[in-house]
Design a protein around this ligand. Structure first.
Ligand SMILES: Nc1nc2c(ncn2[C@@H]2O[C@H](COP(=O)(O)OP(=O)(O)OP(=O)(O)O)[C@@H](O)[C@H]2O)c(=O)[nH]1
Ligand SMILES: [Mg+2]
Length: 295
């Protein structure tokens, strides 16, 4: 066996603390969607960081919280399942939200499994330095963390320090993925996610949670250097469809334009994106429909 280090690392935390932002920052490219609204991530998203003699395989997860509703319950299930199979946990908390009740749920599940964990206190760009030391002391009493690192995922503060702490904890192991692998997610899936991200970012409170996106076709045109994508945005009610389409189709156009730009950046060529909006009544409460949409 070689003396390389490797391991699977779960990024867990309450909704909206910056898990996906951290994953993208660790990878140096965007594979996970992010937004200011909680419950953005719905799948486990894998990303590989390659270092000389080490490979860190990250699993971004949906936010853990006291879930209500079939879709949210499913998402929390996805996140807790990831914990069963990892070498290390990065538990992300939000420095601006120190008494988040969801953090308590997570601490309990760490204790139950006795998992090696590093605590990253995120969004330190938003708080006064003075609050950090008492916060760290408070967290030290909660769990025997291998390290506690204040970071800013968004501003890339102390990310390399966090990486170094993780490498220090990693066991010896093989390099599981080829050096050019960043994720196992197909481009087709990431494209659907980028469309969903624009809906999360551009629409108001209640719309995002009623939305799922499926890609009907993803055709690379050989020689043309262009990809044609047909996708459907599913909502629960006619009124939501109206909002997504917007006046004279203006909202759908904005969603499509921004998603197309992101997808073009990812695939490195021109993209032709055609979007439809479809009503599937009450799908977020229907476990069969939830599964059909890939959750
Ligand atoms: N100021 C600041 N904002 C941050 C930082 N990290 C993340 N954010 C913002 O916090 C919001 C949530 O970020 P996400 O990465 O989507 O959070 P998440 O934990 O993946 O959220 P869920 O997938 O919904 O559980 C976004 O608006 C980010 O831009 C940070 O270090 N500083
Ligand atoms: Mg996320």
């Amino acid at each position: 066996m070689s003396n390389s280090k490797s391991g699977f690392i779960a990024i867990i935390g309450a909704p909206n603390v910056g898990k996906s932002t951290l994953l993208n920052q660790l990878l140096g490219q965007k594979i996970a969607i992010t937004s200011g609204k909680p419950q953005t991530t719905r799948h486990r998203i894998l990303g590989v960081v390659h270092q000389p003699g080490a490979q860190l395989i990250f699993l971004d997860t949906p936010g853990i919280h006291r879930a209500r509703g079939a879709l949210n319950v499913r998402m929390v299930e996805v996140a807790t399942k990831v914990l069963a199979d990892v070498d290390l946990v990065v538990f992300l908390t939000d420095a601006t939200y120190p008494d988040n009740p969801s953090d308590e749920i997570i601490i309990k599940s760490l204790r139950k499994r006795d998992l090696p964990a590093i605590l990253a206190i995120n969004k330190v760009d938003l708080v006064e330095k003075e609050i950090l030391l008492p916060l760290i002391e408070q967290w030290q009493k909660e769990y025997p963390f291998r390290a506690i690192v204040p970071i800013s995922a968004l501003e890339r503060i102390q990310i390399d320090e966090l990486l170094a702490e993780m490498v220090a904890v990693l066991p010896q192991g093989p390099l599981y993925y080829p050096e050019d692998t960043v994720t196992d997610q197909p481009k087709r899936f990431i494209a659907a996610e980028m469309i969903r991200e624009k809906v999360f970012r551009l629409t108001g409170e209640e719309i995002p949670y009623a939305v799922a996106v499926t890609v009907e076709s993803f055709k690379e045109r050989p020689g043309k250097d262009r990809i044609d994508i047909h996708a459907t945005i599913h909502v629960e009610r006619d009124s939501q469809k109206g909002i997504i389409v917007g006046k004279h189709g203006a909202m759908l156009k904005r969603i499509g334009e921004r998603a197309r730009q992101d997808i073009e950046h990812m695939v490195g060529c021109k993209v032709f994106l055609k979007l439809w909006v479809r009503v599937q009544k009450r799908w977020t409460r229907d476990t069969k429909a939830i599964r059909r949409f890939g959750y």
